[in-house]
Ligand binder design. Structure first.
Ligand code: QAP
Ligand code: CO
Length: 168
């Protein structure tokens, strides 16, 4: 297993649209394991393949306290069950150190494929529903900072660019 490099905003590769997964092979299984290791190490509760520069429709999530509830979503599709939006503070491993309140749909139905290639459905509410929507945005090249004001977004962009320069 390996810890992968996480792309950080405003890296343009985070804007790539992910392609559906077609083969459920060993390479995919290996990537899933590396993504979990990378997410647990961070630590985070969700990671999309886009964030590790792999542009396929793959998400890993674990919102449990003990890191013992790993969820894999491949080629996910979302259906709104209750449109009522809910505000929750979000962060992102690709936007380290910044958190903002974002409105998301409260109750969703997810249809996806698991790591063995079997389709499944999952009803989600609250944090899990928010996390799935956040990660599915990554697969479409979208970030939570796209929902906040231009002023706030540019402030975050400048601060991250400065920290990237300091690191280089
Ligand atoms: C998405 O985000 C999410 O800024 C997953 O310095 C977050 O795992 C969905 C993290 C909140 C719903 C609610 C962020 C780690 C982790 C940081 C994450 C940081 C270190 C973010
Ligand atoms: Co994110």
């Amino acid at each position: 297993m390996a810890i992968l490099e996480i792309l950080e905003y405003p890296d343009s590769r985070l804007r790539t649209i992910a392609k559906p997964v077609k083969s459920f092979d060993q390479d995919l299984s290996h990537l899933i394991d590396d993504m979990f290791e990378t997410m647990y190490d961070a630590p985070g509760i969700g990671l999309a393949a886009t964030q590790v520069d792999k542009h396929i429709q793959l998400i890993v999530i674990d919102i449990s306290e003990e890191n013992n509830d790993p969820l894999v979503f491949i080629n996910p599709e979302i259906t709104v069950l209750e449109g009522d939006p809910e505000k929750m503070q979000e962060g992102c491993l690709s936007v380290p150190g910044f958190y903002e309140d974002i409105e998301r749909i409260e109750h969703v139905l997810i249809k996806a494929i698991d790591r063995d290639g079997s389709p499944f459905e999952l009803e989600a509410r609250g944090l899990l529903a928010v996390c799935i929507q956040h990660e599915m945005d990554h697969l479409n090249g979208k970030l939570f900072v796209d929902y906040i004001s231009t002023l706030k977004r540019n402030r975050i962009k400048k601060k991250l660019e400065k920290s990237h320069r300091a690191r280089a």
